[in-house]
Design a protein around this ligand. Structure first.
Ligand SMILES: [Fe+2]
Length: 658
């Protein structure tokens, strides 16, 4: 009499259960009628324009924003690019409902945005907007590791239209984004210094601003400039996360007016970004002025600062810059209102635009140079406690440049524009000032122990360079300063406090898997010759080939192994598998394995024995990861009436995990 385990090839046969399997989510929306009497199944015919991929609240989110010609229900549809079937979105593509409203009357149409959540690390995604039957083209983006080092790119004042030639301004903007992302294909954010367009409510300028496809591929952190504020168009094009739209954060104190504003924040991989509407600086205009921003920034840092290693502030109006705006009265006011607050809050860097020229400051503490000995253009800067680096971006589009201005006699106070004793042509607060009338962008490498800031040329004197094409001077020498060459580079080493910071990087655990295998050679389980007991019954015993269970899943989800046996057969003779019982055992402890209960032979209890599925072993939710070996003593008792024969049955083993 013999018993065999399943009919499978000898040796190791591994059965795998996908680990961490995510529930399939689907939510395809039904087509929505146009409201013009067409049937409900008619495709929406809205024209979809101005699609832009914005930042979300963190690295696992994105906000997609667009314009629609009609007021219909719309969605963002998303799928891992690997799941596209011949370029088509699969039926289980996820959707996110869009919301929005009517645009201001001057532009017409409607705006929509949807927040994509739940993104996974290291994944290429494809998305499109619209509704069933009326989708936009598909665009793609990728996520990377959600922890650790990354680069972001900062762009000053594209200000499309400011040269007077929108196509030329667009060409320069497009070229900068192309060059910057080509040189930095893994850069994870595009951060704006504001002034996206020349005239806030002119949609043709917005269309040119939004033309580059990079704005649909890498998340964009919008910043409002003085040229963006005079219309709702900025807010209609850029829905931002965690945005405070209270009146105090609007220049005129009135968020419902045809104006844009508000402050927002997000955390992206260890950097807390706080982006404020610096158009609101004067309480006489109706807003809360600088004090309202101070309250906002303080609140955000207090609530969220501990979640990030770095704090970067972004706003349009540079406080410490090299050209004519450095002497503006509002800049001087900011140099009184902000620096001590920023120092006390532990802000690492402030990035701004508005002055259309590049500068990076010395480390500034409480409105004064933190270390009088810091040398101009130093390659490494140690800001010390309260030291803040201020960076001003040049024009990313080439639409307009401002020339560097001379220090004046207003002394070296925090509010003034006096000369640097170490470099009298430069303002006291600037380590580096640069203007060549060449497009550039700022690359920031975020590392665990430093920020590396580079100003990189994205053009030369050659077109596209609208300002130069229209007659302004250009200082750049292409042979020495080609596209991609570096204007300035500084490594900022943060103050670590008086103690010693200890850091350890913990890598991503492998997602793990659950699996089981028959231990060793899966030979015949031979119960030998059954022993007769007084003519009443036969009995035989043995042991199953041990089962090795391994579970390395992060989910620590429950698992179970069970088995059932078919009838024992020898030619046309048979008896029921119910006569086989067992006593499961844990042979080697691990993976939270526990033995299931004993099952008696039907001969003893008239039950079903192993003819129905019975547990061998199991583990509960939260069990340790690891490996276990399960076995079972087999107990066969069959009636004395069974005919002589050499019987075999098959034990079928099943694993379940969630
Ligand atoms: Fe500006």
């Amino acid at each position: 009499m013999r018993l065999s385990t399943p009919a499978q090839a000898p040796g190791l046969v591994r059965r795998r259960v996908a680990a961490g399997a995510t529930a399939a989510v689907l939510g395809l929306a039904a087509a929505v009628g146009s409201g013009l009497g067409t049937s409900a199944s008619a495709a929406d015919s809205s024209t979809l324009t101005g699609i832009i991929l914005g930042v979300g609240a963190d690295e696992s989110q994105r906000i997609v924003n667009w314009y629609s010609s009609a007021d219909t229900a719309q969605l963002v549809q998303l799928t891992p690019t690997a799941s596209l079937v011949n370029g088509e979105f699969p039926a289980n593509a996820v959707t996110f409902d869009a919301i929005g409203g009517a645009n201001i009357a001057s532009s017409g149409g409607f705006n929509r945005h949807a927040t994509i959540t739940g993104l996974k690390e290291g994944t290429a995604y494809s998305y499109r907007v619209g509704s069933e039957g009326n989708w936009s083209p598909a665009y793609s983006f990728k996520t990377q590791d959600f922890e650790g080092d990354y680069d972001f790119l900062f762009f000053g004042d594209p200000q499309i239209g400011s040269s007077g030639d929108v196509p030329k301004d667009q060409a320069g903007w497009q070229e900068t984004l192309k060059v910057a992302t080509a040189a930095n294909p893994n850069a994870e954010l595009l951060v704006s210094g504001g002034d996206h367009v020349e005239t806030a409510g002119t949609e043709t300028q917005w269309t040119s601003f939004l033309a580059p496809d990079e704005l649909r591929q890498v998340p964009f952190a919008a910043t409002i400039g003085n040229h963006d504020v005079g219309s709702k168009a900025y807010e209609q094009h850029h829905f931002t996360p965690n945005t405070d739209r209270s009146g105090a954060l609007y220049a005129n104190g009135n968020p419902s007016s045809n104006t844009s504003g508000g402050d927002y924040w997000f955390i992206y991989k260890d950097v807390l970004f706080i982006d404020i509407n610096s158009n609101s600086y004067n309480t006489t205009s109706g807003g809360g002025g600088d004090a309202a921003h101070v309250a906002y920034i303080t609140d955000v840092v207090n609530k969220h600062g501990a979640k990030a290693k770095w704090k970067v502030l972004v706003f349009h109006h540079a406080m410490y810059s090299p050209a004519s705006h450095a002497k503006d009265s509002d800049a001087k006011v900011r140099r009184v209102d902000f620096p001590t607050v920023f120092s006390n809050l532990g802000i690492d860097m402030v990035m701004a635009g508005h002055d259309h020229a590049y500068s990076r400051s010395y480390a500034i503490k409480n409105g004064a140079k933190a270390n009088p000995d810091e040398q101009p253009g130093a390659a490494d800067v140690y800001p010390g406690p309260g030291g803040v680096i201020y960076v001003t971006g040049n024009s990313a589009s080439g639409s307009k440049y401002y020339d560097i201005t001379k220090p004046d006699s207003s002394a070296s106070s925090g509010a003034g524009n006096g000369a640097d004793p170490l470099n009298p042509d430069s303002f006291w607060y600037n380590s580096v000032q640069n203007q060549e009338h060449v497009r550039s962008y700022v690359k920031v490498q975020v590392r665990n122990d430093k920020l590396v800031v580079e100003n990189v040329r994205s053009g030369t004197c050659a077109a596209p360079n609208a300002s130069v094409e229209k007659g302004s001077w250009c200082y750049n020498t292409p042979a020495d300063q080609p596209v991609g060459s570096i204007v300035d580079k500084v490594t900022v080493h943060p103050y670590q406090g008086n103690g010693q910071n200890i850091q350890v990087n913990v890598p991503n655990a492998a997602p793990g898997e659950f699996g089981w295998t028959i231990d060793g050679y899966n030979g015949l389980v031979d119960l030998g010759t059954a022993e007769e007991h007084n003519g009443d019954y036969f009995s035989a015993t043995g042991q199953i080939n041990p089962i090795v269970v391994s579970d390395s899943r992060r989910s620590l989800a429950p698992w179970s192994i069970s088995a059932s046996v078919g009838d024992f057969r020898d030619g046309d003779k048979s008896f029921s598998g119910a006569y086989l019982g067992w006593t499961p055992k844990v042979l080697e402890v691990g993976a939270g394995a526990q033995a299931s209960g004993s099952v008696s032979s039907a001969y003893d209890d008239n039950g079903a024995g192993l003819s129905v599925s019975r547990g061998l072993g199991w583990a509960t939710q939260g069990h340790p990861r690891g490996t276990a070996k399960l076995g079972a003593d087999l107990d066969l008792k069959i009636p004395g009436s069974v005919e002589k024969g050499s019987y075999r049955a098959t034990l079928t083993i099943t694993a379940l995990s969630s």
